[in-house]
Design a protein around this ligand. Structure first.
Ligand SMILES: Nc1nc2c(ncn2[C@@H]2O[C@H](COP(=O)(O)OP(=O)(O)OP(=O)(O)O)[C@@H](O)[C@H]2O)c(=O)[nH]1
Ligand SMILES: [Mg+2]
Length: 238
């Protein structure tokens, strides 16, 4: 049986995490869960700590402060590689990524794809309740990433993905520049340089259940700048 790790990066998701964990265990009882919490002031880490000591299969990595979503997922990749997992499935912890899609991601991975993306931008996928400017912004970022990094996949900025851990073991994690939101485009770029195969399965992206988004303008500009900097036009990595 394949070993599956589901990673959830959290920063102030105290209300969202408990119901999500129940739903994940109901959807994939055989999986382990890893929470990477950045010392959330709202006590998300404390809750995860007490849940993990109740004996359920949840591991918590607690970091000293808000170090960025990308760096949290990178930490999960290292953990999955070091702990002998076969698949690492990452999702947001705010309720936007519904556990009902986990089965189709895992099924596609079992067909042999190295990276399976839960995609908003293929037939059957989409977003709920997004205003036109949010759709436009997301479209532009995806277009930009395709142009800058030569990516062929449609949804390059979402985090709902399943990675074959064997491939992650070959990744030089030191070479990854992004700590924030550009991580998701950058990692596709780095993994494609390793010869990875990619597939996308449709997902509908829901609104976060509770709390506030952690993405802000400065994060967006930082992400655009990093994607510009790492583009193969001016680096020799391609
Ligand atoms: N550990 C950790 N988790 C983070 C950090 N920033 C964001 N997250 C988590 O990453 C996930 C996605 O963050 P969101 O703020 O929802 O970003 P988003 O989904 O792009 O934006 P919205 O659609 O507006 O919610 C959530 O589970 C957050 O709690 C961080 O610095 N560290
Ligand atoms: Mg979100």
């Amino acid at each position: 049986m394949k070993r599956i790790l589901i990673a959830l990066a959290t920063y102030n998701e105290r209300d969202n995490l408990p119901p999500l964990i129940d739903e994940i265990f109901a959807a994939v009882p055989e999986a382990d869960i890893l929470v990477i919490d950045d010392n959330s002031p709202d006590g998300t880490g404390d809750w995860a700590q007490s849940f993990s000591s109740s004996g359920r299969r949840l591991k918590l990595i607690r970091r000293s402060g808000k170090l960025g979503l990308g760096s949290a997922v990178l930490e999960a990749m290292r953990y999955a590689a070091d702990s002998g997992y076969d698949y690492l499935l990452n999702m947001d912890a705010d309720g936007s990524h519904r556990p009902q899609y986990i089965a189709s991601l895992l099924q596609k991975s079992a067909e042999g794809y190295d990276v399976v993306i839960g995609s908003r931008y293929i037939a059957g996928g989409g977003v709920e309740n997004w205003a036109w400017y949010r759709r436009l912004m997301s479209w532009c970022i995806n277009r930009y990433a395709r142009l800058m990094l030569g990516l062929k996949t449609r949804d390059n900025s979402g985090s709902f993905r399943c990675y074959r851990v064997e491939l992650l073991r070959r990744l030089d994690t030191e070479s990854v520049v992004s700590r924030g939101y550009s991580f998701f485009e950058e990692i596709l770029y780095r993994l494609s340089a390793l010869g990875a195969s990619f597939a996308e399965v449709p997902i509908i992206f829901a609104d976060r259940r509770f709390g506030q988004s952690k993405i802000n303008k400065s994060e967006v500009f930082k992400a655009l700048w990093i994607l510009f900097r790492i583009a193969p036009y001016w680096t020799k990595t391609r």
